[in-house]
Ligand binder design. Structure first.
Ligand code: FE2
Length: 361
């Protein structure tokens, strides 16, 4: 193991110890193979040294093999073998989860937490530790399979948030399982309601909302952790009492359900749905910045926003004036308005209220 200054890091080097910010947030996990994007991200924090594993041979990453400098990070990622493998496995796990949910609902199958979370952990490993999963998810928003893919995405995001919050491994597993099961009650709803591409009537909205209690009724007598049951019934509750079904407030909401709530809403908004396209992640981050502190647990939402914003460093974006550029710095006081390098211009969106990111490309 060798301590290296950040300026000397090269793609292909393997991180030997977790890298944290000065305020103790995880930036890169042990075992991560560095690529240009991760190095840029480390540069974006006040981090000076990183422990590198000298014994692991430096290998070329598939994202580096592409010599075409014109391709954006996202385009290169989508062309990589890692991405197609992740996508295929995500689809396989989605159909497996459909069978599992059906067995739980129709055949009284008991829930085995290890069995259901193993595929999620495999996806985490496959995507690479830390931000790798977000890089994948950021490029996978065109599925309209609402329940199963969404549950896996939420589970992956819950796993990351749990790790960023430095929960114990048992607690991370618990919140990973809760993310996977949070919408199980939707299996009980009529297909035509779930697949409707027109806005729901007031009556249908109420029926949709019943998925939280339907889900709770399904699992309430099962031998699983009470926190998981709470996550199923409480993931639409909001800190200010504006949620449902019980209008719980603050500490009344299970601490794990506060994590699932954020992961659920982020994935819901950034994914394509039958009646709308995906919402740009920076609009969603702006929404969380505006309303997040009233509606969500402060520590969880701040940790989440800081990490997801930084996961976009080195991504190419299109602004609302049509210009394209690369995100080079995330402003910690205005996470949704980073510094973007467009050609030779450095545009600080925090000081350009007329500009905003309309798309990550
Ligand atoms: Fe839900």
């Amino acid at each position: 193991m060798k301590l290296m200054v950040v300026g000397a890091l090269k793609p292909g080097m393997v991180v030997a110890q977790n890298v944290y910010t000065l305020d103790d947030q995880l930036v890169v996990s042990k075992g991560t193979v560095l690529d240009e994007k991760t190095i840029n991200r480390i540069n974006g924090y006040s981090i000076f040294n990183v422990f590198i594993d000298e014994n692991i041979q430096v290998k070329k990453l598939s994202s580096e093999i592409d010599e075409n400098r014109e391709l954006s990070f996202s385009e290169k990622l989508k062309l990589s073998e890692d991405f197609s493998r992740f996508k295929t496995d995500l689809e396989k796990n989605s159909s497996r989860l459909k069978k599992t949910f059906s067995a739980i609902v129709n055949e009284d199958k008991q829930i085995d937490i290890n069995e259901i979370t193993d595929p999620v952990y495999n996806l985490m490993v496959e995507a690479g530790a830390g931000y790798g999963v977000f890089d994948m998810l950021n490029n996978l928003h065109d599925y309209s399979d609402e329940i199963y893919m969404h549950c896996i995405n939420v589970s992956l995001i819950c796993n990351l948030i749990g790790t960023w919050l430095r929960l114990t491994s048992e607690e991370v597993k618990l919140v990973t399982a809760a993310g996977l099961l949070h919408d199980i009650g939707k299996v009980k709803l009529p297909e035509n309601l779930l697949n409707s591409s027109t806005p729901h009537s007031e009556k249908d909205k109420l029926l949709m909302r019943s998925h939280v209690t339907l889900g709770y009724d399904l699992v309430k007598d099962m031998d699983i952790d009470e926190h998981i049951k709470n996550c199923i019934v409480m993931h639409h509750e909001r800190r200010d009492g504006s949620g449902y079904p019980f209008h719980l407030k603050g500490e009344q909401i299970d601490e794990f359900a506060r994590i699932v709530a954020i992961a659920d809403l982020y994935d819901e908004l950034t994914s394509k749905r039958l009646n709308r396209g995906p919402i740009c992640a920076f609009d969603v981050i702006a929404m969380f910045e505006k309303e997040g502190l009233q509606k969500f647990d402060t520590k969880v939402v701040m940790t989440f926003l800081s990490h997801i914003s930084n996961s976009f460093i080195a991504n190419r974006v299109r602004l609302n004036n049509g210009r394209e550029g690369d995100i080079i710095f995330i402003n910690p006081d205005k996470l949704s308005r980073p510094m973007v390098k467009c050609g030779d211009d450095f545009l600080d969106l925090a000081t350009h209220p007329d500009l905003k990111i309309s798309e990550v490309i």
